[in-house]
Design a protein around this ligand. Structure first.
Ligand code: ADP
Ligand code: MG
Length: 386
């Protein structure tokens, strides 16, 4: 999907009103009926039809012929437009540059403010892959059913924003959060390579213990990253220091499965270091030790999970998002089992070789720079469906 920043400038007042009306209408309607759009926008229906046509031509909305009635739905493009317009009104975002990442659940762009300072725009895209499966079992979404991808993407952005802010304020190595609107987050651009792309470091032992210390620091603050792996750890080009990104799945250390999440994070790092750097250590953090030490010290005042909860991101939203993400995860595991098994086998056969040099250029950290930004091919099935 392309982001078109030029469109930001060329929307008339009426077009904007109608687009907003479609967004509002889709909170309760999978397909927003034309008369409702006219009513919300406050325009005469003749005028509305013309505007609807021009918005549809730009792919900001899409016409849907329901069995019962004709109407429109907002597209990703339309939602992106509305979010970027908000950011540009607030003057945090000025121009949109290259796409540097296509994740399963997000698109990442390099963007700039009016002074030309580069930033990262992350657009959450929950529901892009597994929407079909989710659709069949999303009772927990209640009345929100019709707008699930929009709603879940916005929740993910709000949660990520809340955590990034708290972490940044407490000096965790995370990008500086700049702004948030709808499903988008604007943050500092880190001059770094994902750990995934690093083939050599001067001291794997040092990096390993840095990362384990980070996991412990998170846990001491009541938090578990939940997806602490080589994709979500960036290594600064200049200093080799790690920066952690990607927080929509963070959980509290008081979560019922906290220990499981914690161990998974630790295991991700251990496995990666073993495979990539042939580095193994007998030292790694244990969840129970950390928690009991924390209880002894009674250092409960430093509970970032509690701070986040108090910051406006409701527990209820957190639960909704978690349930949704769990389903995505389940779905993904069902599909990827075969591939993983194959990879394991291969690895055993050619042990001594790296396990994952698929299409990603690796970087020796100690060497000079290269174009290190990862760009995975966009394999996403086309867009949302509703
Ligand atoms: P996803 O949820 O899709 O995994 P991430 O937040 O992990 O999205 O970002 C995907 C990729 O985009 C990262 O692996 C990294 O290469 C790049 N990226 C994300 N945020 C930044 C940033 N602040 N600075 C530099 N690169 C970033
Ligand atoms: Mg990620």
């Amino acid at each position: 999907m392309k982001l078109d920043a030029t469109d930001l400038r060329y929307l008339t007042g009426d077009e904007f009103r109608v687009l907003t009306a479609v967004e509002m209408g889709s909170k309760n309607h999978e397909v927003v009926p034309n008369p409702l759009i006219a009513q919300i926008s406050g325009l005469r229906s003749g005028g509305v039809n013309k505007v609807l046509g021009s918005l549809a031509k730009r792919n900001l909305i899409a016409k849907v012929q329901n069995t019962k009635y004709e109407g429109y739905r907002l597209t990703y493009g339309g939602y992106d437009y509305l979010a970027m317009r908000t950011l540009s009104r607030r003057e945090t975002l000025h121009s949109v540059g290259n796409q540097i990442g296509v994740g399963k659940e997000s698109d990442i762009y390099v963007v700039a403010d009016a002074e030309g300072n580069q930033m990262v725009l992350k657009l959450h895209r929950l529901g892009r892959i597994s929407f079909r499966t989710i659709k069949t079992k999303r009772d927990y979404m209640g009345k929100r059913k019709s707008a699930s991808w929009m709603y879940m993407s916005r929740l993910a952005a709000q949660k990520e924003w809340a955590f990034m802010k708290i972490l940044y304020e407490h000096d965790f190595p995370v990008p500086r959060p700049i702004d948030q609107a709808r499903h988008c987050i604007l943050m500092e651009l880190i001059d770094a390579y994902p750990l995934r792309q690093i083939s050599e470091v001067d001291s794997p032992g040092k990096l390993y213990s840095n990362l384990m210390d980070l996991i412990v620091r998170f846990a001491n603050a009541g938090l578990i990253h939940g997806d602490f792996n080589e994709f979500n750890i960036l290594i600064r080009r200049e200093t080799g220091e790690p920066v952690v990104i990607d927080f929509p799945q963070m959980v509290s250390t008081s979560h019922e499965n906290a220990e499981w999440y914690f161990n998974r994070d630790v295991e991700c790092i251990r496995t990666f270091f073993r495979r990539r750097f042939r580095y193994e250590s007998i030292l790694y953090p244990r969840f129970r030790t950390i928690i009991s030490e924390r209880n002894e010290k009674n250092s409960q005042e430093f509970q970032l999970d509690v701070v986040v909860a108090a910051s406006g991101f409701a527990k209820k939203d957190m639960d909704t998002l978690e349930q949704y993400m769990k389903e995505l995860d389940l779905d993904e595991n069902e599909n990827s089992n075969e591939v993983e098994e194959e990879e394991e086998e291969e690895e055993e056969e050619e042990s001594g070789e790296d396990d994952d040099d698929d299409e990603i250029k690796k970087t020796k950290l100690s060497e000079g720079e290269e174009d290190g930004q990862k760009k995975t091919p966009d394999d996403s099935a086309e867009e949302e469906e509703s």
